[in-house]
Ligand binder design. Structure first.
Ligand SMILES: N[C@@H](CCC(=O)N[C@@H](CS)C(=O)NCC(=O)O)C(=O)O
Length: 203
């Protein structure tokens, strides 16, 4: 059975738990990180002192997007990660692009969700919200041409940005109207695993 280590209110843990649900994998998840802390047994599995980490038989693996690729290759139906190199790369790029998006969203998330009200930096929130809007406009233009970030059907290319999209739509920040991102987000919300593993309180 697959073991997932990490608290669920982490973007990177959400990716893995959601995809495990999508792929119908039997798994157990243990809370680690944040308020739960990390003991030496966990740090022996992940020397970065970060979550998530998975254990799957002999395999111990960290880095959320690498975990998604591993689970898709090893355990999931082929439809979640196209075999054709070009189709695969088209989906993969959005997984890497998410790292840039996360950077843009960082200040808004940390200030609004992780800091007490009196300690928030309003200017940093504003700058971060504007940077997110710029990135999301790129996503919107792409989604005008493709129903999913993975191509014609949902796949792991949708997972990293799917997790961040929920945060974007939930944070109390200014958002431009982006109809294609909104449609894509509605499609994600209709997925059982997304609703149970991603659409939870951000705190
Ligand atoms: N690139 C890593 C980043 C992992 C990461 O930054 N995880 C955060 C949570 S989203 C973390 O471990 N924070 C410390 C903690 O929760 O204790 C990945 O994608 O797995």
């Amino acid at each position: 059975m697959l073991t997932i280590w990490g608290r669920l209110n982490s973007h990177n843990v959400k990716k893995v738990a959601w995809f495990a649900e999508e792929a119908g994998l039997a798994y157990v998840r243990h809370d680690v990180g944040g308020a739960f802390g990390m003991d030496s047994a966990y740090l022996a599995k992940n020397p970065n002192a970060l979550i998530p980490t998975i254990e799957d038989g002999e395999v111990t693996l960290w880095e959320s997007n690498a975990i998604l690729r591993y689970l898709a290759a090893r355990h999931a139906p082929a439809r979640f990660w196209p075999a054709d190199p070009a189709a695969r790369a088209m989906a993969d790029r959005w997984m890497d692009w998410q790292a840039d998006y996360a950077e843009a969203q960082r200040d808004a998330f940390l200030n609004l969700i992780r800091r007490p009200e009196g300690e928030r930096d309003a200017e940093a929130i504003k700058r971060s919200a504007a940077a997110c809007a710029e990135k999301m406009a790129v996503l919107d233009a792409h989604l005008a041409t493709s129903q999913w970030l993975s191509g014609d059907s949902f796949g792991i290319g949708d997972v990293p940005m799917g997790v961040y999209a929920h945060t974007w739509f939930t944070l109390p920040i200014e958002r431009p109207d982006l109809p294609n991102v909104a449609d894509w987000y509605a499609g994600l919300q209709a997925r059982k695993g997304y609703a149970s593993q991603v659409m939870i309180p951000l705190t």
